[in-house]
Design a binder for this molecule. Structure first.
Ligand code: C2E
Ligand code: MG
Ligand code: MG
Length: 730
């Protein structure tokens, strides 16, 4: 036995001896019982069930069982003399913060029992439950601690596994709804006091259900895992991502209220989720929609913020998928409108509210119309014209698209028979129609009923028909080829374009999406090189190319230079009713001279929006006529001198400082001090908003409700600065 051990055992003797007569059994003080007790004690130590420790008055170890030294991988002598708490890791632990309190307890000389602490061991993780009692000498002076410990690693581990299971999603390993709720509530409560902001992103996968249905649930699970991995990579430091269930994910992003930055994060989420996946040797593609709400602007507590983010997500999905939306109070009306649309769409076809419009597709070398694309229109009795971008996704969700698509196909084939002999008719086909086994028969029927030659019909499909390498898809392609109709790959360049698709199916045409064309004339655009390679690949495979959405001459010239064969865009014509097409073609052909702006101006949008104009202590009303990232045109105030700075109140806490650069009559052009950012809905918004905390400080309620006007409303037709107003009236 080592000298230390002897010394320690001596102390144990002392331990027993030092107790009061009430504490210690009589037999313990009898020498032979003491020896027996010592043996039992040693045996107990050896068994590893528990261990003992004691310290001096300074808190330094003067005894500790050998097994503790073993666990530390150090000789016991090295531990003796060390402060007791140095045996443990006292940093904050993810699940348990209790060990932080140990030094406090020791310095306060308190008794403690079964305190869980993590051992500072070399390799494996060890947890102990330790107990200790302060000791005093006869004069009442503190002499140190006596105590014991027990290994609780196993029970702690199983406890932690159980709590992990309660906090984490077992499929993806991400936080589950419970943990996300807890974290959000805790963050928002703390942030309320600190007046900090926190963004909440709701992410929902588009077309996940289709993958699940076609490839099976195990494939769906695998897909969710891969999505989780991708999302984890892009959550900024300090943020947390969780899976709420199904295909719904959520991210908490503390201290971000910059809508420019949040928009970028949302775009990145959509982009990364939309990249193709490899699952069990199959390739599949999905998309994502994102809703964003920011505390305290859109909700001060967790429940309110989640509701706002959910509503924003609902709007993003309704806006045609693959989009993000910020919460705004207008979304309540939009949600109501969408519900109405969903309901009314059910009998739109029966009530003959649908019709087709036709947009010319022009041969760029001759300006001759070689094809028209039939696009569906819905004239709603109350809402007027509803955009296909809104109603087509709803129709797809409810499977109504199949009946609507069949109708479009039949109607377009009939219309095509009225066109001059060589002009083709293009019809959009939804992936839902395409996945239907009976689809080739529907096409054959439409051709037979109308008498249209098959090669005058061009079916436009998008890449999403390749969502699963499905036998039905292959079979449908074959049947359509046998029928002799032409096939066009529509919207090429959106998200996940894979040139491999082009070889898979025998397409006659690639339509380059307008999203890909936008910005092509900007300096340093990468799209030029990509379009060039699409064009040469298409030529190699004997396909023709159409560029969609050409509006300006600079875009048209670029497409010509790149060798694109056909153009579809407002520069030639918008979609028009069949009567107009027929009238233009009475001579047997339709030649259109391109007509549009010389340059595409991406971000200037016409608006008709009431705004507040705050100058010094006055608030005026104006109408915003157009808005770009850098400036706007506002009507409604006479004689404003150049250089005047206004604070423009765009509503909902959006204030922008702008300087008057041009002014004529009641119209003025202003330049923003800080550029606007994308609002996800094709519009623009301010990067930051006035915090409701500031409004609250000014005596206004800090809620997510509509922001009250900041200044008293005084409508003045003529601009006057404070100094002007101070002058006596002449
Ligand atoms: P798409 O098939 O890519 O059709 C082209 C869209 O681009 C049309 O929008 C057209 O109006 C628009 N466009 C053409 N040139 C320009 C331009 O220069 N500038 C701009 N800004 N836009 C231009 P539309 O009619 O709103 O249709 C949107 C989408 O709805 C279509 O995109 C198509 O995917 C879908 N869709 C329309 N009709 C049908 C249909 O009958 N069946 C199915 N399944 N989908 C349809
Ligand atoms: Mg199309
Ligand atoms: Mg398209």
């Amino acid at each position: 036995m080592s000298a230390t051990a002897k010394q320690g055992l001596g102390r144990i003797g002392g331990l027993l001896k030092g107790r009061s007569a009430r504490d210690v059994p009589q037999e313990a003080v009898i020498p032979e019982f003491r020896a027996q007790a010592l043996l039992l004690f040693q045996d107990f130590e050896k068994s590893g069930i528990g261990w003992f420790w004691s310290t001096d008055g300074e808190g330094r170890l003067n005894y500790v069982s050998d097994c503790v030294a073993e666990r530390h991988g150090r000789p016991r002598e090295e531990l003796i003399g060390q402060p007791f708490h140095k045996l443990f890791i006292l940093e904050r632990d993810e699940d348990d913060r209790i060990e932080r309190t140990l030094p406090l307890i020791l310095s306060a000389r308190k008794t403690f029992s079964s305190l869980p602490v993590r051992g500072l061991t070399d390799d494996r993780e060890v947890w102990w439950a330790i107990s200790g009692r302060p000791q005093y000498d006869g004069a009442g002076n503190f002499t140190g601690y006596y105590g014991n410990g027990a290994d609780v690693t196993d029970s702690r581990r199983s406890q932690r596994d159980a709590s992990r299971m309660a906090m984490y999603d077992s499929l993806t390993g991400l936080s589950n709804r419970h943990r996300m709720d807890k974290r959000l509530t805790a963050t928002l409560t703390a942030y309320k006091a600190a007046k900090r902001s926190c963004a909440l992103l709701m992410v929902d996968l588009d077309r996940f259900k289709q993958v699940n249905d076609t490839l099976g649930h195990p494939a769906g699970d695998e897909l969710l895992k891969q999505v989780a991995q991708r999302l984890q990579r892009i959550v900024p430091e300090g943020g947390e991502i969780g899976r709420l269930g199904g295909d719904e994910f959520q991210a908490i992003l503390p201290d971000i209220d910059d809508r420019g930055r949040l928009g970028d994060i949302a775009k990145r989420v959509i982009e990364i989720v939309s990249q193709p996946y490899q699952i069990d040797g199959s390739r599949c593609v999905i998309g994502a929609s994102v809703g964003i709400a920011i505390a305290p602007y859109d909700g001060a507590d967790a429940e309110e913020l989640v509701r706002s983010a959910d509503l924003a997500l609902y709007a993003a999905k309704g806006g045609g998928r693959g989009q993000f939306r910020f919460y705004s109070k207008d979304l309540h009306n939009e949600a109501e409108r969408r519900r109405q649309i969903e309901e009314d769409l059910r009998d739109a076809l029966a009530k003959r509210q649908l019709y087709l419009a036709y947009q010319p597709i022009v041969d760029v070398a001759t300006n001759k119309v070689v094809c028209v694309e039939a696009v569906m229109r819905w004239l709603h009795p109350e809402l007027g014209n509803v955009s296909p971008g809104v109603f087509i996704p709803i129709a797809e969700e409810s499977n109504q698209i199949i009946a609507m698509g069949d109708w479009a196909l039949k109607t377009a084939c009939d219309a095509a028979m009225q066109l001059p002999g060589n002009v083709r008719m293009a019809v959009n086909v939804s992936p839902k129609q395409f996945a239907n086994l009976g689809f080739p028969a529907v096409v054959a029927q439409a051709l037979a009923n109308s008498g249209l030659a098959p090669d005058r019909l061009e079916l436009e499909v998008t890449e999403s028909i390749f969502i699963a390498d499905d036998d039905i898809t292959d079979q449908t392609f074959k049947s359509l080829k046998i029928l002799g109709v032409r096939l066009a790959l529509d919207d090429f360049g959106t998200g996940y374009s894979a040139l491999g698709y082009l070889k898979k199916a025998d397409f006659n045409k690639i339509k380059i999406d307008q999203g890909f064309i936008r910005g092509v004339t900007e300096e340093g655009s990468r799209n030029i090189a990509i379009i060039k390679s699409i064009v040469s690949l298409a030529e190699g495979l004997n396909m023709t190319t159409t560029a969609e959405g050409i509006e300006a001459h600079d875009e048209l010239e670029t497409m010509q230079k790149l060798g694109v064969k056909q153009i579809q865009g407002f520069i030639y014509a918008r979609p028009v009713v069949i009567e107009e097409v027929l009238e233009a073609m009475t001579s047997g052909e339709w030649v259109i001279e391109p007509n549009g702006p010389s340059k595409y101006r991406a971000d200037r949008m016409t608006t008709f929006r009431k705004v507040g104009l705050i100058h010094e202590d006055h608030r005026y009303e104006g109408t915003m006529r157009n808005l770009s990232r850098t400036g706007c045109l506002i009507e409604g105030l006479l004689d404003v001198p150049l250089g005047v700075k206004f604070v423009i109140d765009l509503g909902e806490g959006q204030l922008a400082v702008a300087k008057v650069m041009r002014s004529a009559d009641s119209m003025m052009g202003l330049e923003f001090e800080m550029p606007m950012v994308d609002d996800g809905a094709g519009g623009l918004c301010t990067r930051h908003r006035v915090s409701p905390y500031i409004l609250a400080a000014a005596g206004m309620p800090a809620t997510a409700q509509p922001m009250p006007n900041l200044a008293q409303q005084i409508t003045l037709p003529r601009f006057a600065s404070a100094s002007d107003r101070a002058k006596p009236a002449r």
